[in-house]
Ligand binder design. Sequence first.
Ligand SMILES: Cc1cc2nc3c(=O)[nH]c(=O)nc-3n(C[C@H](O)[C@H](O)[C@H](O)COP(=O)(O)O)c2cc1C
Length: 172
Amino acid sequence: MEKISYKDLQCNPFTLVNRMMLLTAGNEEVGYNVMTISWGNFGMLWDKPVATIYVRPSRHTMNFLNKCDQFTLSVLSDDYKKHLAYCGTVSGVRQDKFAGAGLTPVCEGKCTYVGEAELVFKCRKLYVDPLDKKKFIDKEVFEKNYESGDIHILFIGEIEEVLVANDKYLQK
Ligand SMILES: Cc1cc2nc3c(=O)[nH]c(=O)nc-3n(C[C@H](O)[C@H](O)[C@H](O)COP(=O)(O)O)c2cc1C
């Protein structure tokens, strides 16, 4: 994959997240796990390009997010919808989800990403915070999403590297 600047990206941040991405946390040393996400944000904070993700504590991936400073976000083409559905419904507690999904883990430095991705964000954790019931202005949002608890923890990561496999996401 080719390394590019985040400034050269051409994409809609809303649809990019909402059409599903794969979050991978961990590395060769401690192990790794992958899961589907469709909630998140891209933007600027503290003069840095950042990605924010929201992960429920019950996810097996959380163990690796807690252990490691890095995580990656991999964007795959629509050909991989079934793979993303698998990673979004199966837990990695007892199985290797990369193998189960038929995806390739690429361990590079302190992080791991999905080899089949068209676009990869390598992120370094800057800020971690559990969402707090008391701080919801719109209580309906809380009731609708957290009836059973398992309240998301947000992770803000600095985007340290952007990799592309082709020119689909490059500014023309
Ligand atoms: C389309 C889709 C989007 C999802 N988005 C999120 C998300 O943003 N945050 C989250 O915690 N779980 C999300 N999930 C659920 C996890 O991907 C799912 O629970 C997964 O099996 C967790 O895997 P793990 O236990 O191996 O970490 C999503 C699932 C799907 C199908």
